[in-house]
Write a protein that binds this ligand. Structure first.
Ligand code: PEP
Ligand code: MN
Length: 358
């Protein structure tokens, strides 16, 4: 059940409505819908025991509606100020998902060592990336493949953040790693293979770090939003959704980028949506066109794999861009950003790169 309050409802009336509902064992979540100032109270959990007519008669209540979707906190009905949620990243003012600037995250699939990470971090920063990615704990299909430098990689990522000012994004695979990863990373990535790992979703929901939640390779958008709901209902409202390609019958690409997911999610949720063209394509030559398509379709940003020597990468080299190719991508994507009414973030020197072709 959703309770919509009257415009003139006072804070005391809203508190009273929430107390009434919570006394029936139902959690409430209130959002201010902003202009012109209505408050919407979402009732989470089984509201069967709630007597609708008793709620309707409370002072300050305008009307009640039923949830239209199985996800609740993630649904558009719970949008603050009726708009889109902006998820801020790191301590600086620079990086955010869902604001006027696109969030561009770039870096290697996996952290392979200090030198390659530094080289990549400086290069992507110069090209205008707003955050650095790099896997420390890698989910690999084969147990014999390189599975990450683990704690050493976390320390290297933190070192690169100090050097470049770029906030860092890294994957967490296991609920037991969440605390250690959150200590060093600015954003916790939950990968496609873990989108429905419910203990992990609950654990990342308990920390104060934004979560980059990737769509499972065979997950519907409703399932993705219900996974986001796990994080949010555990206490963390800062979820960034990521479309990273789904499995289809096509074999020329690693996955199929579901471009339609972007406008569908835009309609269904207030959470920001970014795209991973690297894992969608599986091929470096397709990364730039897919990033352009994502931005044109209204994505809030993209996450791209960049490696100083893609041919020598320990993982995902075929889909990794060289630093030079990444800089080119940023130039090619700029007019698409402008057409979508978005800006590309600039260098930390303060020079904001307008989403306009030079
Ligand atoms: C990754 O980002 O390196 C990764 C493993 O992504 P995904 O979970 O989308 O496969
Ligand atoms: Mn990868």
């Amino acid at each position: 059940m959703i309770i919509v309050t009257r415009m003139d409802a006072t804070i005391a009336m809203i508190d009273r409505i929430r107390e009434h509902v919570e006394a029936c064992g139902v959690r409430t979540y209130a959002v201010d819908q902003g202009h012109p100032g209505r408050v919407v109270i979402g009732c989470l959990g089984q509201s069967d025991g709630l007597c609708a007519s008793a709620v309707r008669d409370l002072p300050g209540v305008e009307h009640l509606t039923e949830w239209r979707t199985p996800y609740r906190l993630a649904s558009r009905a719970m949008a603050r100020n009726g708009g889109c949620t902006v998820v801020r990243i790191g301590d600086g003012e620079r990086a955010a998902a869902g604001g006027p600037e696109l969030l561009v995250i770039a870096g290697p699939c996996a952290v392979e060592g200090r030198q390659m990470l530094r080289e990549t971090a400086h290069a992507v920063r110069r090209a205008g990336a707003g955050a650095l990615r790099g896997g420390a704990f890698k989910p690999r299909t084969s147990p014999y493949a390189f599975r990450g430098l683990e704690r050493e990689a976390l320390l290297l990522l933190a070192e690169c953040r100090r050097d470049t000012g770029l906030p860092v994004v890294t994957e967490v695979l296991d609920p037991r790693q969440v605390e250690a990863v959150a200590e060093h990373a600015d954003v916790l990535q939950v990968g496609a293979r873990n989108m429905q790992n419910y203990p992990l979703l609950c654990e990342v929901g308990r920390v104060r770090r934004p979560v980059l939640l990737k769509r499972g390779m065979a997950a519907t958008l409703t399932e993705l939003l219900l996974a986001a709901e796990y994080v949010m209902t555990s206490g963390n409202p800062d979820v960034i959704l990521c479309e990273r390609g789904i499995r289809t019958f096509e074999t020329d690409t690693r996955n199929t980028l579901d471009v339609a997911a972007i406008p569908v999610l835009r309609r269904e949720t207030h959470l920001p949506v970014i795209v991973d063209p690297s894992h969608a394509a599986g091929r470096a030559d397709l990364v730039t066109p897919l990033a352009c398509a994502a931005v044109a379709a209204g994505a809030d940003g993209f996450i791209v794999e960049v490696h100083p020597r893609p041919e020598a990468a320990w993982s995902d080299g075929e889909q990794s861009l060289s630093p030079h190719q990444f800089a080119e991508l940023m130039t090619v994507v700029a007019p698409f950003a402008a057409a979508a009414g978005r800006r590309l973030s600039g260098s930390p020197d303060g020079a904001v790169r307008e989403g306009q072709a030079a």
